[in-house]
Design a protein around this ligand. Structure first.
Ligand SMILES: Nc1nc2c(c(CN[C@H]3C=C[C@H](O)[C@@H]3O)cn2[C@@H]2O[C@H](COP(=O)(O)O)[C@@H](O)[C@H]2O)c(=O)[nH]1
Length: 341
């Protein structure tokens, strides 16, 4: 059995050895304090996944779980070289960008009668069919379309051959354990193995694998097959937005040298030292914010273990980043073209 490093232990190790990125403990504490009142509000909770996002499934059934699997298999690399030239999808009179453009294209296909969330369909999709389903409403295509075609076919075939064609089978096999589901994903779906080598040590982030578990928990509303008793063991999902918002909120800092490269729009490779430091420090920084939030509630005699975890903190910070794009325009995000985030 393959050993998968823990993203949290990886993050601690990276943060302790990082040169160009640093976690600001005081800054993390201040962010926790600023979130304190919000954390007990409705929008911080699990219900926000559906109530705040009209493109997410309303249902909590097999089709909804398969929608989540398809979307999280393709949940990577939406950023555009030029802000004014990007992939956009119009759906029901609204134009979507970034991650939401992917969801809009999926829902558009379903409305057109294309069974895009069925493994029997995406296991044998041709590249032209993928191009059609994810066609752009601008002249800019969805990035990495060939890689998306490859991971769709690969994931569809595995889901058909090993799990009867539905991700709900995988969920049921894991007996309400987030960690078991995470490991089933990593053992069976190669495109989810988001790892690197740092200071000669194998480290992991598992961004898409962890968000797949989290979104499954969310779409099942934390009930039934989705009532994971260890959901708090997940970390945040190391994408290219969370680091940006953590630097904006002064909980994390970049060296002058790294900031210069980011401002120049340098294209990093997956696994580069700076990229690994950005992603690992983001995970560690959010673990500290979660810890401080729990301590603040304990001081008030409130046990918030059910309400405060890295998943809900991540969702909140990610939505915050989307809503504060303008305020954050001076904080560059790191640019990598890869299938991991
Ligand atoms: N850490 C974290 N990264 C996330 C998400 C999501 C979508 N989840 C939402 C869906 C339902 C829930 O309500 C969540 O709010 C996408 N991404 C990543 O962001 C990047 C896209 O950014 P932009 O170009 O600005 O759209 C890209 O790397 C993508 O993989 C998240 O939740 N957390």
């Amino acid at each position: 059995m393959e050993v998968f490093p823990s993203p949290l232990e990886s993050a601690k190790f990276i943060a302790e050895h990082s040169k160009d990125v640093s976690v600001d403990e005081e800054g993390a504490r201040r962010v926790a304090e600023s979130l304190f009142d919000k954390a007990s509000a409705a929008e911080f909770g699990l219900a926000g996944w559906k109530s705040l996002h009209e493109l997410n499934p309303r249902a909590a059934d097999k089709e909804a779980v398969d929608w989540v699997f398809l979307v999280d298999t393709l949940n990577f690399s939406f950023w555009s070289e030029q802000e004014e030239r990007k992939y956009l999808v119009k759906y029901k009179n609204k134009t979507y960008s970034g991650y939401w453009s992917l969801c809009a294209a999926v829902n558009r296909a379903l409305d057109e009668g294309i069974p895009i969330t069925s493994a029997s369909y995406f296991a044998t999709m041709t590249l032209d069919q993928v191009r059609h389903v994810f066609r752009s409403d601008t002249e800019v295509p969805l990035p990495l379309i060939e890689e998306r075609h490859r991971v769709l076919n690969e994931s569809g075939i595995i889901l058909l051959e090993k799990f009867g064609g539905s991700f709900l089978t995988c969920v049921k096999m894991c007996e309400k354990s987030a960690q078991k589901l995470l490991h089933l994903i990593l053992e069976n779906f190669p495109s989810y193995r988001d790892e690197a080598v740092f200071e000669k040590k194998k480290v992991s982030f598992y961004k898409r694998a962890q968000i797949l578990v989290a979104d499954t928990w969310s779409v099942l509303e934390g009930k039934g097959d989705g009532s994971f008793d260890d959901i708090s063991s997940l970390t945040i999902f190391a994408d290219y937005r969370i680091p940006q918002v953590l630097v904006h909120l002064k909980a994390m800092k970049y060296s002058e040298e790294l900031m210069k490269k980011l401002r120049e729009g340098k294209l990093f490779q997956s696994g580069d030292k700076e990229e690994v430091e950005i992603r690992g420090c983001s995970i560690w920084c959010c673990a500290l914010i979660c810890k401080h939030l729990q301590e603040l509630y304990q001081k008030k005699g409130q046990d918030m273990h059910e309400k405060i975890n890295a998943v809900l903190l991540d969702y909140y910070l990610w939505d915050y980043a989307r809503d504060h794009r303008e305020d954050m325009k001076d904080i560059p995000f790191h640019r990598v073209r890869c299938i991991y985030y």
